[in-house]
Design a protein around this ligand. Structure first.
Ligand code: GLN
Length: 535
């Protein structure tokens, strides 16, 4: 029978529930338990696809084309397994289903209410992955903070499930904060007490408390928290600030979070976690032998979470190369031909990020021009690839006003244009070209050598594409479409000749990079940057 662990958050947001959930899952997986993680988000959007990155950071895309919360990226990077649409549910999706059912007459004249109809639908979805019989443990992260009005139905659903399944099959791990008051030189437990009290007012008591703290928790503090919060002392777990998120699983192992969960769920603790590869990775990450600087050109660079998967993929690739990757964030809006040298002269590689809309677009084009002409390793992703084509068209093919029709519908050279199947779409949510598609690579290309294969599959999220009317002109002049979708002929990868590393992809390779499987393109990009820095 599948066992369930719910991870809730208290006191404040941004405590790293996603990382704690992913770390616990990693430990259980390393002990031989097949584990998956899902996230329930209390907002009313159907999915985060329509959200501005400033709201919730990056939108993560799964194999099956679901636009999901960025925590799913952590789950995949930690567990090295795929997630899917079923792993991310929002209040919007729950209500949409219930309302559709109501319109179909499924409630037989009953009044449709939050309890039981909304909570029943939440419970049904919470158990969906477990019903597949593939998993020993399903971990469910509840977005938001206990006490939020919109979190209430979720807390109620967990309360009911715990009651129905019994505490040996369903436990709650509550992540909380023990702040340190500098003036008093003291750790304070009151916010944690209050947040647990708030939960218990709703009939739910946590089984384990994971306490984020800047200072170690001594025995007295642990005893006090245990006493006031109705948990055993060994279930008060210290979670000190970590130097890297990838160190958290080992920290949690040291604190026995996995063992306590297994004991409470009455699951055997037979073998020690198998974390050899993980530790090797951590070692390389912590003790690099060299250093490079990557210029990240984007319009959301001030927000760490907006390019989460790209930053993590660079960390994975850095570790493989035993090289520290320093990110220099460069705001595309403020990059001009005049200041390009000043802003870019100290970088060893340039990555132009994905994006939407015209803000900062010319800055991206200048950065690409600089990388191409100065022969600096260049990696363009999605919009980055599209702008690489625009730059090439303008400056090599002499098509002065070349552009993507996303930015200039009137351009006389629409080298990037809307895909045919997109033209009649009026709904914005979930209608882009989304998810995994096959791509066939030219055998003689650098990209094929990097992948070690000529057929690959990568994830997409875009509406515009390379306009194949310009294929010949590009190819003749040295920007080669080395990867195409075999079914549709859509260009997926551009590679420049006569350049040490110039690869641009219409897909998002960053979504598939994990600790155990760093993405080959990122690994090769960091390697090229290393070579460049030694010149
Ligand atoms: N705005 C571009 C498109 O929709 C690129 C999207 C992206 O970078 N993810 O095609």
């Amino acid at each position: 029978m599948t066992k369930y662990i719910f991870v809730t958050g208290g006191v404040t947001s941004s405590l790293g529930k996603g990382i704690i959930a992913a770390s616990l899952a990693k430990l259980l997986q390393a002990r031989g338990y097949s584990t998956t993680i899902q996230k329930f988000d209390p907002y009313i959007n159907i999915d985060p696809g329509t959200l501005n990155p400033y709201e919730h950071g990056e939108c993560y895309v799964t194999e099956d084309g679901a636009e999901t919360d960025l925590d799913l990226g952590h789950y995949e990077r930690f567990l090295n397994t795929f997630t899917s649409q079923a792993n991310n549910v929002t209040t919007g999706r729950i209500y949409q289903h219930v309302i559709n059912q109501e319109r179909a007459g499924a409630y037989l004249g009953k009044t449709v209410q939050v309890i039981p109809h909304i909570t029943d639908e939440i419970k049904r979805r919470m158990l969906l992955l477990g019903n597949e019989k593939k998993y020993d443990v399903v971990i469910t992260e509840l977005g938001g903070t206990v006490g939020d009005i919109e979190s209430l139905p979720y807390v109620e659903a967990v309360r009911q499930l715990k009651w129905e399944m019994g505490s040996e099959n369903c436990i709650v791990v509550h992540l909380t904060l023990i702040p340190y008051l500098n003036a008093a030189k003291e750790l304070k437990t009151k916010p944690t007490q209050h947040s647990v009290k708030l939960m218990s007012e709703n009939g739910l008591n946590p089984d384990i408390l994971v306490c984020r703290t800047e200072h170690p928790l001594n025995d007295d503090i642990k005893r006090k928290v245990a006493l006031f919060c109705n948990v055993t002392k060994d279930a008060v777990i210290e979670a000190l600030d970590a130097d890297t998120i990838y160190g958290v699983p080992l920290e949690m192992m040291r604190e026995k979070l996995d063992k306590i969960c297994l004991t409470k769920l009455q699951l055997p603790i037979s073998k020690e976690p198998e974390l050899l590869k993980w530790k090797e990775f951590l070692n390389k990450l912590r003790y690099p032998k060299s250093k490079i600087t990557v210029g990240l050109i984007g319009k959301y660079v001030e927000l760490q979470d907006a390019y989460k998967s790209i930053l993590e993929a660079l960390i994975h690739a850095g570790a493989v190369n035993e090289c520290k990757v320093v990110i220099k964030n460069i705001h595309s809006e403020f990059l001009t031909p005049e200041n390009a040298v000043e802003k870019l002269q100290d970088v060893d590689a340039i990555l132009v990020a994905p994006g939407f809309g015209s803000r900062g677009i010319e800055g991206k084009i200048h950065a690409i021009h600089y990388a191409r002409t100065k022969k600096i390793p260049f990696f363009g992703i999605c919009l980055g690839m599209q702008m690489a084509c625009v730059e090439f068209a303008r400056n090599v093919l002499n098509m002065g006003d070349a552009h993507s029709t996303e930015m200039n519908a009137q351009t006389s050279h629409p080298v990037i244009a809307m895909m045919e199947e997109q033209k009649n779409i009026s709904q914005m949510g979930g209608t882009m070209r989304l998810g995994a598609f096959d791509c066939v690579l030219q055998e003689a290309s650098k990209t094929a050598a990097i992948y070690g294969s000529t057929t690959i599959s990568e994830r997409h999220r875009h509406r515009y594409e390379f306009n194949n009317a310009y294929l010949e002109a590009f190819e003749k002049n040295g920007l080669i479409p080395v990867g195409k979708n075999p079914a549709t002929g859509l260009v997926e990868i551009m590679e420049a000749q006569d350049h040490p590393f110039y690869i641009a992809t219409q897909f998002h390779p960053e979504y598939k990079s994990t600790v155990e499987n760093p993405h080959p393109l990122f690994v090769a990009f960091v390697q090229a940057a290393k070579q460049y820095s030694h010149q």
